[in-house]
Design a protein around this ligand. Sequence first.
Ligand code: NAD
Length: 476
Amino acid sequence: MDGGPQTQEAQLRKMFRRLSMGNAERRTHFGYSERRAALLALRKTLREFEGPIIAALAQDFGKPETEVRLTEIMAVQAEISHALRHLKRWMRPRKVASTLVSFGTRARIVPQPKGTALIISPWNYPVTLALGPLVSALAAGCSAVIKPSELAPASAAVVAQIVAEALPEDLVSVCEGGVEVSELLLDLPFDHIFFTGSPRVGKIVMQAAAKNLTSVTLELGGKSPVIVGAGADIKRAAKMTAWGKFANAGQTCIAPDHVFVAKSVETQFLAELKAAIAKMYGRDEAAQAASRDFARIINPSHFERLSGLIAQAEAAGARKLTGGASDAQSRYIAPTVLMGTDSQMGVERDEIFGPVLPVIPYDRLDGVLARIEAGPRPLALYLFERDRAVIDQVSRSSISGALGVNLTLVHFLHLNLPFGGIGNSGLGAAHGIWGFNAFSYEKSVLENRFAPIAPLMPPYRGARKRLVRVMARVLG
Ligand code: NAD
């Protein structure tokens, strides 16, 4: 945004008016074909911008091309295709059966667009987490403002170009900028706020939303544990954990944060984990640093934070199984596995959000589950186990945004599953119909055909009084 704070505020207000002015008209005229056309335009433009997207992410944090194709381009394309396939059904008013009390009426639920939505996105998947929610907003018939993260400026600029190219500016606008722009936007009376980011900022967003009684979807983060059970396929557990952790250099909201491994399989798991890292990123330090499949840390302050976490853990007695090499200039931190950490160390307390993986051995699964229960609710919990009884036990007794069994990350791409957190890891859900629902209001419509309502009105004497008494007894 240009200009000083006052000009900026005036510009944002003007933009908000432009976007929300058409809301009433959009409710009637932004129907199935118009929404479909908007989604098709977005899909076409996204294809045309593949090169610039790959270049922008390489510039922002050295994200490898194939990872960009998989997690930024394909993820959004899949969301668009899924919405296109199901949109007609999602939009359709749903008839519901009459109840005894509403005898003689006809009832339906009509999904309507909430209006103008604000989408605030983080830097770590800067295209997916800005355009994914936009797909849901457009499918629901909303206009939207996207505020991408200032920490990935090249990606934010590409998102702005894609939107400007694909969609009219009275439907979607992108406001680049930092916290100050976010704060100004949060003052405006949006009809829904879809925020993806840290729990700390999630609380700020929810407070701001409360001033206007705006509904929110909060997609937050936190520590997502992995449990490697005594009955796990260890090779698979090691590969999946290494991939889930070190993709995007660990800067993934659903990345395994730390691993609890059953003592009986600890040695084997550590050996397989080391082998998996070597296979994916290189056999030695030099090969790993030169790997073209491993991203860099987003900025110097996160590089310092992560280096500090490793140094603090080592100073307090933790040991490295592998990794630890780093280069401040290129913001490189090697895939690092730590052993011998304890609950007083930062790596076990805070969300790591980088390529550092503490492995914590355990004797009893109950103890691990009790520890997870005592902490903030995870966004994802991963379990590696072949014993059905253990899978069922963990599934029943734990609460997390999602439970991944014998896999990591891939539940993000399953669009028939809601994606979201609970408590500290979020509120509400994204993807597929859940994304559509987040931006929609389900209006109840009840039509009177021949409902016998008159006998329920005063004066309550004689037969009417007796009727209400009988009804209360029969229906209550
Ligand atoms: P962040 O919360 O710092 O920033 C997210 C967005 O909020 C950015 O656009 C930023 O400009 C804005 N913002 C920052 N401070 C603000 C303030 N005081 N007031 C208003 N707006 C503000 O998060 P981040 O560092 O960009 O991303 C990392 C976090 O996001 C991690 O915690 C991660 O787990 C989480 N995350 C969650 C998901 C999910 O789907 N649940 C996905 C990706 C990341």
